[in-house]
Design a protein around this ligand. Structure first.
Ligand code: NAI
Length: 507
């Protein structure tokens, strides 16, 4: 399948934040672009804005002046919809209302040539539903850009029930020719990114609600141990709680109230209070002038540690042992169930059980649990929790051992799955369910999460790295601890574990 050739006129409808960005991308790729908006003057204003953006790029030496002039010459405002009749591709980025978008698509169907592809940048509406009622619903597809469109690489090419596969292929190649990273997705609520990302926010919000730790500590764990660009609280403050909460509610409603997508009362309250985040000056954090940013908690210890014993294999946390050895700690190796013993403390990677429960069930005295890190060989922070009966001296020894490896320990209450492990397990679970339901391929799900929301590793690949049995065990234990369907493992995960395959293996 070929990309649209560069001479094909592209029409963009809606000259708001997204429409302007998409028009810029198409014009920079070489297409003549017509921009239309019902608000008088909005299209011309948007083009003036693009002019300023490009001028800034020229000033920074990131764009040559001739390209700036040529791109601008390709962009023209349209005063009426009829002026878009010669387009080979129309991308609508108007208000997110089903009826208004449908009406627009019907007018476009009557106006444009039969070969013209009608694409929608909708984030939350069903492509099938948008196309219903058209004479040729096969020409309607989703072309979902991310904000800001000129900078974000990901484009989800979304197919509804009737969308023609050949046109999906053409949009895919066109997006690629525009320098984007396209992925194919089936039209289901949230497509890939807005669905699979929900647990990233939801688990931090729940941990906060349960008093597991404060915002600054949870954010620091996500960033420094999890490798995410931002923690959930700083990120939702940036996105805006009104916007983030509305997306969660829309996905929750679209899945008929599935507990996996349940919105957070804490976030609802912020919205009700008008604490929308950075844009209102206050969200989880205070952005007013002179406000102090809270610091994450890091435990201090005066204990000295020279040696520890490694019993068995720590699995994904195994690089910790080498790191301790490199730091001069004597590590004695013996058989066992994946435990680190230091002083009278026993350290283990969380498996989703409460520390107190695991200590009792497995007969482990002075148990300290470790959270997940993206890279145990490099992380400078790790979440820990401990059982109710763990003595202070054992906690001190565990903290001192981690300090020898250059790792600061952040305390979490005794919650199942700690912070990073439980978030990553839930992201992988959502990705696995999207895979099960044929929303996208495993490769595209991971690509979408890396290119669309900058995850440090695709959640499916991450689950494969941790080991699927460990991820499944974590989810089973979370579900048992909470007794809620929210944590139920996807059938895809259970099946792959039973078959001894990874999520990326082809069936
Ligand atoms: P916006 O509110 O900035 O812009 C929408 C524009 O559409 C306005 O200029 C408005 O005057 C115009 N408009 C409304 N009805 C129209 C009609 N019938 N015909 C022509 N123009 C019309 O909205 P934004 O943020 O650019 O979003 C647009 C679309 O993109 C929505 O479908 C949204 O869900 C989607 N989207 C938004 C993202 C975001 O982060 N803002 C990200 C990805 C998709």
């Amino acid at each position: 399948m070929h990309a649209l050739n560069k001479e094909t006129p592209v029409a963009v409808i809606g000259a708001g934040a997204m429409g302007a960005g998409i028009a810029q991308v198409a014009a920079q790729a070489g297409h003549p672009v017509r921009l239309y908006d019902t608000r008088t003057g909005a299209a011309a204003q948007a083009i003036a804005g693009i002019d300023r953006q490009l001028a800034r790029l020229v000033e920074k030496g990131k764009l040559d002046a001739a390209t700036h002039v040529a791109t601008l010459a390709r962009l023209r405002p349209a005063d009426e919809l009829e002026a878009l009749a010669d387009a080979g591709l129309v991308i609508e980025a108007i208000v997110e209302k089903l009826e208004i978008k449908r009406e627009l698509l019907q007018r476009l169907e009557a106006l444009c040539a039969p070969g013209c592809i009608l694409a929608s940048n909708t984030s939350s509406l069903s492509i099938t539903s948008l196309a219903a009622g058209l004479r040729h619903p096969g020409r309607v597809l989703g072309m979902h850009f991310f904000n800001p469109a000129p900078l974000m690489a990901l484009v989800e090419i979304v197919s509804g029930l009737d969308s023609e596969p050949a046109l999906a292929g053409c949009l895919f190649e066109t997006a690629r020719a525009w320098g984007k990273q396209p992925v194919h997705a089936r039209s289901t609520p949230g497509f890939i990114v807005n669905r699979v990302a929900r647990p990233f926010y939801a688990e931090s919000l729940r941990l906060l609600q349960e008093g597991a730790a404060d915002c600054a500590t949870l954010d620091a764990l996500m960033r420094e141990a999890g490798g995410f660009r931002m923690g959930a609280f700083e990120l939702t403050d940036l996105i805006g709680h009104d916007v983030n909460y509305a997306v969660t509610c829309s996905v929750f409603d679209a899945y008929y109230g599935d507990a996996r997508f349940q919105p957070s009362l804490i976030q609802k309250e912020l919205v009700e209070a008008g604490r929308l985040g950075r844009k209102s000056g206050r969200g989880f954090y205070d952005y007013s002038e002179g406000a102090e940013r809270p610091q994450p908690s890091t435990l201090a210890s005066t204990a000295t540690v020279e040696a520890c014993a490694l019993e068995g294999d720590l699995g994904t946390a195994q690089p910790l042992a080498q790191r301790l050895e490199r730091a001069g700690v004597q590590v004695t190796r013996r058989d066992g169930a994946g435990l680190l013993r230091v002083g009278d403390a026993t350290l283990a990677l969380s498996d989703g059980r409460l520390a107190t429960q695991r200590a009792r069930e497995d007969g482990l005295d002075n148990l300290v649990l470790l959270d997940l890190a993206l890279d145990y060989g490099r992380t400078e922070r790790l979440g820990i929790s401990w059982a109710a009966g763990t003595r202070q001296g054992a906690i001190d020894a565990a903290v001192a051992l981690l300090a020898r490896a250059g790792i600061g320990a952040s305390p979490l209450a005794d919650v199942p799955g700690l912070a990073v492990l439980r978030t990553v397990a839930m992201l992988a679970n959502e990705g696995a369910d999207a895979l099960l339901h044929g929303v996208a391929s495993a490769a595209d799900i991971d690509l979408a999460m890396c290119a669309g929301v900058n995850y440090p590793r695709g959640p499916l690949a991450w689950a494969d790295t941790i080991g699927l049995p460990q991820v499944l065990r974590t989810l089973d234990n979370l579900q048992a601890a909470y007794g809620e369907p929210r944590y139920r493992p996807s059938l895809a995960l259970r099946r792959r574990v039973a078959e001894g395959r990874t999520l990326h293996d082809q069936p």
